[in-house]
Design a protein around this ligand. Structure first.
Ligand code: FAD
Length: 591
């Protein structure tokens, strides 16, 4: 529905008004799947994406979708997938979320296939499944090493058969609530024209992905600045496990311009061997049983340690060798990796090993949601995909994100639709609140020049450096405290950000919005990392270098107080019900 904004005087800004039963923020796998679910319930849905449709982060996913289909290893089961995921997450996962995921991921994959996704096949014609780190069985359904691309293509085509409206290059900057604290709308601006849109809506599905760009070396795209998690936190939502940042063991290291780009775990899944500069297959020392197919936290620490202790390659990484597979098989199973290394690094991976080193990849932490419907603690706000926490605990297993998008994307969409079906209140936001937010967003463009002006790019760079230096793969109290000091100093300078030019396609203006999200999230990550004094999954505290049983019983939950400061609560994890706990009695856990 189109409407007029307010004409107003020079101090007022016109804005367009749109109304939907449900607004989905994000057009990655989670957002698209949620929007399809809403449309299937016969409700009006708007999908907002700050980039173009088809460009979301999900498109970069390579290795596959983890689902216990049992196509290649018939012994696989949802129970084993549950056990593997809890073991990898070191038992701080939300066990109910994991149970739902393990049970429903196979149906998610089959549905995607029915909607047209062209998976690799076994000889009998079933969906092929490849091995991945930490999965007991061959479990990753995949489309070569371009699984995310095919997922997005399929979901997009499905979405286009519905009445969903898509708003591309449109960036949300604020969520509105009514006097009862329920979601009532969101404000966005378009990147092309800089015009504002007020979305009136009773329910929002937050599906904005992760925040890997707060680090300098990352596999994440420019979109990963953490907008959605901050907007929800700012509106009063709870966050969980924020200290858990996944460092993927294998990012490119050379040449410098491509440092951090992902080398898919599919390479190790297909038999890739890690060696140090002395030619030693060093995983024998770190996890002799699972070797290269150990979990990401273990392999990342191993790669890091090899380099730290002087056994690194000339460019500061370790070798990853897949040459034994031969050119033909590589082109069949890992064509993107072959092209990536040939084009970017002039390395033919069929003839020589790759050089790799850990890169920031994923955020296990996120918005705290109720597992059945993905509802956050704000009425009307739902969340799915990487922006939501709980599923992965202290360490995500490869392939468990793409499945998460399908399972919980659908549940979030259905949860939001059901909520709207039961609500009778009005959506919208008072004009004064809208004008206030517009003024805030425009401030970097409208403020007068001063000698205290800050560049958003330089602040982002400083922040990324600080996070690399102080909240990296390994952490200790002194360094984290120093990192916190730097991040807080950067936060204080954000009000001085000023950018030149107009609103039209102005990347500086967008960067000025992003730095607020990035700095606040960084602060929360560091504060939580300071609280968790142990080594658990992705949290590797050098000064508390062992697993502490007590910390296995709690999540750190963060909420904003009245002064706008983050408050961390230690919240006990409810005990696992007997039918799930019994699964571990047979299994020797590897915590
Ligand atoms: C290189 C790479 C390879 C990977 N491979 C795998 C794999 O093989 N298997 C696996 O399970 N996982 C993999 N992952 C992880 C997985 O791809 C991501 O976790 C997942 O795709 C995230 O999906 P999402 O829907 O939550 O968000 P995204 O796909 O990140 O989409 C976020 C959406 O939100 C929009 N958005 C953000 N902020 C705003 C805003 N303010 N206003 C409006 N819109 C906004 C963006 O424009 C985008 O449309 C990989 C990740 C990377 C980086």
């Amino acid at each position: 529905m189109e409407g007029n904004g307010h004409s107003g005087s020079t101090a007022r800004e016109e804005y367009e008004v749109r109304e939907h039963d449900v607004l989905v923020i994000g057009a990655g796998g989670a957002g698209l799947r949620a929007a399809i679910a809403v449309a299937q319930k016969g409700m009006s849905v708007g999908v907002v994406t700050k980039s173009l449709l088809g460009k979301a982060h999900t498109v970069m996913a390579e290795g596959g979708i983890a689902a216990a289909l049992g196509n290649v290893d018939p012994d696989d089961s949802w129970e084993q997938h549950f056990i593997d995921t809890m073991n990898s997450g070191k038992f701080i996962n939300n066990w109910r979320k994991v149970e739902i995921y393990a049970k429903e991921a196979p149906a998610g994959v089959i549905e995607l296939e029915q909607w047209g996704a062209l998976f690799n096949r076994t000889e009998e014609g079933k969906i092929h499944q490849r091995p991945f780190g930490g999965h007991t069985y061959r479990r990753l359904a995949h489309i070569g090493d371009r699984t995310g691309l095919e997922m997005i293509r399929t979901l997009q085509e499905k979405l286009l058969t519905t009445d969903a409206e898509v708003y591309m290059e449109t960036t949300v900057t604020k969520l509105f609530k009514d006097s009862q604290g329920r979601i009532s709308g969101a404000l966005a601006y378009t990147r092309e024209s800089g015009k504002f849109i007020l979305f009136k809506t009773k329910a929002i599905v937050m599906a904005t992905g992760g925040w890997g760009r707060i680090y300098k070396v990352t596999s994440n795209s420019w979109e990963g600045t953490g907008d959605g998690i901050f907007l929800a936190y700012d509106a009063g939502a709870e966050l969980v496990d924020m200290e858990m940042v996944q460092f993927h063991p294998t990012g490119m290291v050379w040449p410098p311009g491509v440092r951090g780009i992902l080398v898919t775990e599919g390479v190790r899944g297909e038999g890739g061997i890690l060696r140090n500069a002395n030619g030693e297959r060093f995983m024998e020392r770190y996890d002799p049983q699972r070797m290269e197919l150990s979990t990401r936290d273990v392999v990342a620490r191993a790669n890091y340690t090899e380099v730290q202790e002087g056994r690194g390659t000339p460019h500061g990484g370790v070798y990853l060798d897949i040459t034994h597979l031969g050119y033909d098989e590589i082109m069949k199973r890992l064509p993107t990796m072959h092209e990536q290394f040939l084009k970017l690094a002039d390395v033919d991976i069929a003839k020589e090993p790759m050089e790799v080193f850990p890169t920031v990849h994923y955020n296990m932490g996120g918005l705290k949601v109720e597992p059945e419907s993905c509802a956050t603690t704000i009425p009307g706000l739902f969340a799915a995909g990487e922006v939501a926490g709980g599923l992965h605990g202290a360490n995500r297993l490869g392939g468990n994100s793409l499945g998460d998008l399908l399972v919980f994307g659908r549940r979030a969409g259905e949860g939001a639709a059901e909520y709207v079906g039961q609500s009778t209140h009005a959506a919208g936001a008072p004009d004064e609140e809208v004008q206030e937010e517009i003024r805030r967003v425009l401030e970097p463009l409208t403020k007068k020049p001063s000698d205290r002006d800050e560049s958003p790019y330089l602040l982002q760079e400083e922040l990324q450096e600080a996070m690399m230096q102080h909240a990296n793969l390994m952490r200790d109290e002194d360094s984290l405290k120093e990192g916190l000091r730097k991040v807080l100093a950067i936060k204080e300078r954000i009000p001085n950000v000023r950018v030149g030019g107009s609103r039209l396609f102005n990347p500086g203006w967008h960067a000025a919005q992003d730095i607020r999200y990035m700095a606040n999230i960084s602060e929360i990550i560091i504060r939580c990392a300071l609280e968790r004094k142990e080594k658990r999954g992705a949290q590797w505290r050098l000064d508390c270098d062992e697993l502490v049983e007590e910390y296995g019983k709690i999540n750190f939950v963060v909420k904003k107080n009245e002064k706008g400061e983050p408050v961390i609560e230690r919240r006990e994890i409810p005990p696992m019900p007997e039918h799930l706990a019994a699964l571990f009695k047979k299994e020797k856990t590897k915590v």
